[in-house]
Design a protein around this ligand. Structure first.
Ligand code: DHB
Length: 328
């Protein structure tokens, strides 16, 4: 039994897609919905649709150990991702949760999009958006800092977002999750978690990690960066980031209030990787780069692998081993 809950949202499988690859359109997302993925999470949206950075803006290394992207948030705009037509095309007859991601270019854009989402649901309660994942971690916008690395700005964003009327009622219209960048130093984990804990009455889950920002790969033959935008600096993902992701999940689980769930993301390519994330405290696991490379069949494969591991180890539910990494 791979079922879990995040922020109280039931997922039939603890493995689902990360925002980013293959999540821009209903055509792409419908394939996730039809797979074993526990839910469907849309591409990070901005207020208006945009085409993103110039190509080439993505790269995969030759042995499958790392990828780079500097897409610059190509997306169809928030209205598209909350349109009942998009959601219907995406979900078909699947009843799993549909979630959206927002990555405004400034605080006001995030407030505006959260307002638009609440207005849409208030006007049409049949719109089913289980969660909104607020992205504090996009590294690819020229001239913009990663919000999660600027604790003053992060505090301001969380304060204003959580004061919105849509989070005031007794029954929220949707759950709020927060997507975090990776941290590398204990004091940074502590500061980030302290800010998130202040807003625990509204934040229901934290997804760690986004890409390791501003990595650089060089084309040896051309003697140029492999990525065009931002001087070649781009977000690093794939197996190369797994150990950083595990550490972030473990640290966040230790430091966050127990009412905030942790969703593990970063370099997961197998059921074994998902198992390790859950041992470190994740209630669910998102898959980005592997889904990008392998396509939506990766969810079926990884769910089968995790089921086999659990059988072999004698576990019947993920609660049997979640957060139970042993100490030396
Ligand atoms: C993009 C990359 C990210 O890591 C992110 O969180 C949002 C957008 C992008 O380049 O499109």
């Amino acid at each position: 039994d791979l079922s879990t809950t995040i922020g109280g949202i039931p997922l039939s499988s603890c493995i689902y897609n990360a925002s980013g690859p293959r999540t821009g359109s209903s055509a792409a997302m419908s394939k996730i919905a039809a797979s074993s993925s526990g839910g469907v999470l849309a591409k990070s949206a901005t207020v208006a649709n945009q085409t993103g950075n110039d190509q080439p803006r993505t790269w995969h290394d030759e042995n499958g150990s790392a990828s780079l992207n500097s897409e610059g948030l190509p997306n169809n705009g928030i209205e598209y991702y909350i349109d009942p037509k998009t959601i219907a095309e995406t979900m078909g007859d699947q009843s799993k949760p549909y979630m959206v991601s927002i990555s405004g270019k400034c605080l006001n854009d995030n407030l505006l999009m959260l307002g638009q989402i609440s207005d849409a649901i208030n006007q049409n309660p049949s719109i089913n958006i289980a969660a909104v994942e607020l992205n504090l971690a996009c590294p690819n916008i020229v001239g913009k800092p990663t919000i999660g690395y600027d604790f003053e700005q992060m505090e301001d964003v969380m304060k204003q977002v959580t004061s919105l009327p849509c989070f005031k009622g007794s029954k929220p219209l949707f759950r709020l999750g927060v997507k975090m960048p990776p941290y590398f130093d204990r004091p940074h984990f502590e500061q980030a978690a302290a800010i998130l804990n202040k807003y625990k009455s509204v934040i229901t889950y934290v997804a760690s990690i986004n890409t390791i920002g501003n990595a650089l790969a060089v084309d040896y033959y051309a003697e140029m960066p492999v990525i065009r935008a931002k001087g070649g600096f781009a977000g690093l993902s794939g197996p190369a980031v797994k150990y950083t992701a595990l550490a972030n999940v473990k640290q966040m689980r230790e430091l966050l209030d127990e009412s905030i769930d942790v969703v593990g993301v970063g370099g997961v390519t197998s059921g074994k990787d998902a198992f390790e994330m859950i041992l470190c405290g994740a209630r669910a696991v998102q898959v980005g780069t592997c889904h990008w490379v392998e396509g939506p069949s990766c969810f079926d494969r990884m769910c089968n692998e995790l089921t086999d591991i659990m059988k072999e180890k004698g576990y019947t539910s993920i609660d049997d081993f979640r957060g139970k990494l042993k100490e030396w």
